[in-house]
Design a protein around this ligand. Structure first.
Ligand code: ADP
Ligand code: F6P
Length: 331
């Protein structure tokens, strides 16, 4: 292996830049030439490829977003798209590819390996923390930090006005951002897709708190809860607020969706460390001739695992965190 490429794909997440940094620097120290592929698979198909050196990645470790840019690329799902992608890789002599993204991006990488013999390694970059094989994905810790900081700010005005606020957070069908953030910022209630939407439980909490003299509440809802049976990201907080008002018409309540703020701002120290360690590990795998591996972290140890085996795993719901988040806020 002499030449590798690196791309970021799907939803960006904090920590992706740290992984790009380490991929480039580790490649150079292994004597490999490294190309950056811009805007994910779309950029690969359109030949947006540039050679990177140590200087190209200077100072990027903390940055949110991704300096390589990202995309969702339907063309990559077609055989013509995959062929174009491979033609571009061959043009630059790229034999190994580090793909930083979620499970969709990994499927794209797998197609390049199975159909065309490109060696591929996946690094889990998504705020959702929805990959079963790894304890954490890049960006999750930073997204939780954004939610916690946001809720701490909201507390000021909510408590001043004796108000309840429904706060919607991201995560697709995974409730990890919601329940970790709820635990850390002491939200009065949390709703996650894994447990379904239960308005009675929220009403019970609000009424119990009111009896104890507490009239401001933070209710965190994950975007995937489907409160009216449909997936309606960005509108769940509003729908839950209206639903609660039907049950408690006198309730002083507001709603907010934190949206893409959760994918913005500098990475936490944890995500920087994780990105750097995963990027370096991915290059080590390629240098050893490995392919079809994904990088993960378990019990603080970074490892690589067969991609299909890893993706076939079912994520375990973190009941302990969920229970703790609910129990510690009881008056
Ligand atoms: P994520 O990587 O965050 O899960 P997506 O699911 O949107 O995000 O996937 C990112 C991109 O990966 C898609 O836009 C597409 O280009 C590519 N991709 C996803 N699934 C496949 C597949 N089965 N075959 C080829 N490419 C895929
Ligand atoms: O997968 C990451 C994520 O931020 C999800 O939490 C969210 O549902 C989705 O991406 C938003 O995607 P987009 O940036 O395309 O609106």
């Amino acid at each position: 292996m002499k030449t590798i490429g690196v791309l970021t794909s799907g939803g960006d997440s904090q920590g992706m830049n740290a992984a790009v940094y380490a991929t480039v620097r580790a490649a150079i120290s292994h004597g490999l030439t490294v190309y950056g592929i811009y805007h994910g698979y779309s950029g690969l198909i359109r030949d947006e490829v540039r050679k990177l050196d140590a200087k190209s990645v200077e100072g990027i470790i903390p940055l949110g977003g991704t300096v390589l840019g990202t995309s969702r690329c339907p063309e990559m799902m077609t055989s013509e798209g995959k062929q174009k992608a491979v033609d571009v890789l061959k043009k630059y002599g790229i034999e190994g590819l580090v793909v930083i993204g979620g499970d969709g991006s990994f499927q794209g990488a797998k197609a390049l390996s199975t159909g065309y013999g490109i060696k591929i390694i996946g690094i889990p970059g998504t705020i959702d923390n929805d990959l079963a094989y790894t304890d954490y994905t890049l960006g999750f810790d930073s997204a939780v930090a954004v939610v916690v900081n946001g809720v701490e700010m909201l507390r000021d005005t909510m408590s001043a006005n004796d108000r309840t606020c429904v706060v919607e957070v991201m995560g697709r069908d995974c409730g990890d951002i919601a329940m970790f953030a709820a635990l850390i910022c002491g939200a009065e209630a949390v709703c996650v897709p894994e447990k379904g939407y239960d308005p009675d439980k929220i009403v019970e909490v609000i009424e119990r708190n009111a009896r104890a003299g507490k009239k401001d509440n933070i209710i965190i809802v994950a975007e995937g809860i489907r409160s009216d049976g449909t997936l309606d990201k960005g509108h769940e907080a509003d729908k839950v607020m209206k639903d609660l008002l039907k049950r408690l018409p006198e309730l002083n309540i507001r709603s907010i969706s934190l949206g893409h703020l959760q994918r913005s701002g500098n990475a936490t120290v944890y995500d920087r460390k994780l990105g750097v360690m995963m990027g370096a590990h991915a290059v080590k795998c390629l240098a050893e001739g490995k392919t079809d591996r994904v990088i993960g972290i378990k019990n603080d140890v970074v490892f690589d695992e067969d991609m299909l085996t890893a993706l076939a795993k079912t994520k375990r719901f973190n009941q302990e965190i969920y229970d703790l988040a609910n129990n510690l806020v009881k008056y």
